[in-house]
Design a protein around this ligand. Structure first.
Ligand SMILES: Nc1ncnc2c1ncn2[C@@H]1O[C@H](COP(=O)(O)OP(=O)(O)OP(=O)(O)O)[C@@H](O)[C@H]1O
Ligand SMILES: [Mg+2]
Length: 255
């Protein structure tokens, strides 16, 4: 099933057409990669799906519902979460506090004050247990009480992921999750992405490392100058000479 679909979506910034009449569909429970040269429009597509910027033309559907130009918090509430390329953790807070905050959604608790004390305590306890479980899942066990700023860059990415998972999203948009991360943590991230997909989450990721792409993606979209230039299974896309030439600067076999 297509969980997210873009229909003829366009977005321009001044004179720059960042996304040009793009139609694409993302399958539920699969890992789909967006690849393509710098400036191809990959991050802009994530920004459009998550409502951070407005679509000029076209429509975006989530499970058949038109979500075009809803507010970011509305889209997030529907079940689409986002892992940003830059790390967004609260540096002074501990690992555990950061993960627990991933659950915090003011819209869900408008009548907090009316909640019985006991119920609040129960929710807090459940959130704490869930957070501890997720910290373990991403491999940060033992660091629960460490301030986020004391973690390495890669560990902070894992922490961001744990926090994202606290949000119980169905779809995860991950913008270059492995960029700048130590190879050991890249391995861990790959393993986690596979496990998340196995547990039913839909993963859409942007990635420049073709080894990673070919290892985990079920399907690829190759973007170029704001358009879908090609799509297919990783072996077909990455094996295509034209794409190799455009993307990796690798000439044809004869040169
Ligand atoms: N907020 C913005 N304001 C103006 N121009 C923008 C904005 N966001 C993106 N662009 C432009 O839109 C085009 C597509 O950018 P985008 O960030 O989507 O590319 P990308 O494929 O993610 O590239 P990279 O691989 O370098 O991250 C680029 O020309 C970029 O300069
Ligand atoms: Mg980008």
């Amino acid at each position: 099933m297509e969980i997210i679909s873009l229909k003829n979506v366009s977005k321009a910034f001044g004179g720059v057409i960042a996304v040009n009449n793009v139609s694409m569909g993302f399958y539920s429970g699969k890992i789909t990669g967006l690849i393509g040269p710098n400036g191809a429009g990959k991050t802009t597509i994530f920004n459009l799906i998550s409502g951070l910027i407005k679509v000029d033309k076209g429509r975006i559907y989530f499970k058949g519902e038109n979500i075009t130009n809803l507010h970011p918090w509305e889209i997030s509430k529907k079940g689409i979460g986002r892992l940003f390329q830059d790390i967004r953790v609260f540096k002074k807070l501990t690992v555990l506090e950061n993960v627990i905050l991933g659950e915090y959604n003011p819209a869900e608790y408008p009548y907090n004050i009316l909640f019985k004390f006991k119920e609040i305590k129960k929710i807090e306890k459940e959130n704490r247990e869930k957070a501890i479980e997720l910290i373990k899942f991403v491999g940060l066990e033992g660091k629960e009480n460490t301030p986020a700023e004391n973690l390495s860059y890669g560990q902070q990415k894992l922490l961001s992921l744990a926090r994202l998972l606290m949000g119980k999203y169905e779809v995860l948009l991950m913008d270059e999750p492995t960029a700048g991360v130590h190879p050991d943590i890249v391995k861990k991230l790959i393993e986690l992405m596979k496990e998340m997909a196995k547990s039913g989450k839909t993963i859409i990721f942007i990635e420049h490392n073709m080894n990673i792409v070919s290892e985990i993606a079920d399907w690829l979209f190759f973007l170029k100058e704001g358009e879908v230039y090609d799509m297919g299974k990783p072996e077909d896309i990455l094996g295509d000479e034209e794409i190799r030439r455009i993307y990796m600067g690798i000439g044809n076999a004869k040169t």
